[in-house]
Design a protein around this ligand. Structure first.
Ligand code: HEC
Length: 144
């Protein structure tokens, strides 16, 4: 009885953590949501829709570099079924998918370095290069 109560209490306290731990689709979508929140303000600064702040931009670039290590482990076998936009090609063409991941990580790492210089003339094209890797992967491996 006590054990059961404890389990219920646990389930009430951390339903989200439990979900993320058990459901790879939820886990990777959660990371991509953070991607969006990170890339959004960066894009605005690069375009001039928001004042460029060197430290803030560098912080976001570091955060993006951390995020860029995370979604891929959640593309586990069998997680092509369910509420997901992931294409079957992720699992049928693993080498191509890995290539897209590696290219993305490399461009993000470069952006992190360039962001530290505060030189917008270098940041702008490198931000574009990162966005290109998002689009390239979405075009090949995400439906819609
Ligand atoms: C190597 C492949 C790859 C790269 C690179 C990539 N994505 Fe994605 N992204 C995906 C896939 C696959 C999905 C679909 C996930 C699912 O529905 O299970 C996705 C989904 C998303 C989603 C929707 C999440 C949701 O809630 O359904 C957003 C937003 C997103 N990506 C943003 C980005 C941004 C921004 C970048 C670049 C900074 C990026 N992605 C780079 C493969 C990639």
């Amino acid at each position: 009885m006590l054990k059961k109560t404890l389990l219920i209490a646990l389930a009430l306290v951390c339903p989200l953590t439990a979900l993320a731990a058990t459901d790879p689709i939820t886990a990777r979508k959660e990371v991509f949501k953070q991607y969006k929140e990170t890339v959004g303000p960066m894009g605005k600064m690069v375009k001039g829709d928001m004042p460029y702040n060197k430290d803030e931009f560098a912080k976001l670039a570091t955060r993006l570099d951390t995020l860029a290590q995370q979604p891929w482990q959640h593309f586990t076998p069998g997680s092509d079924k369910g509420k997901t936009d992931a294409k079957a090609e992720i699992w049928s063409k693993p080498a191509e998918f890995k290539q897209a991941v590696d290219t993305h990580k490399a461009e993000v790492a470069k952006l992190r370095q360039v962001a530290a210089t505060g030189n917008l003339d270098q940041i702008r094209p490198q931000f574009g290069a990162v966005q290109k890797t998002c689009k390239a992967c979405h075009d090949s491996f995400r439906s819609e």
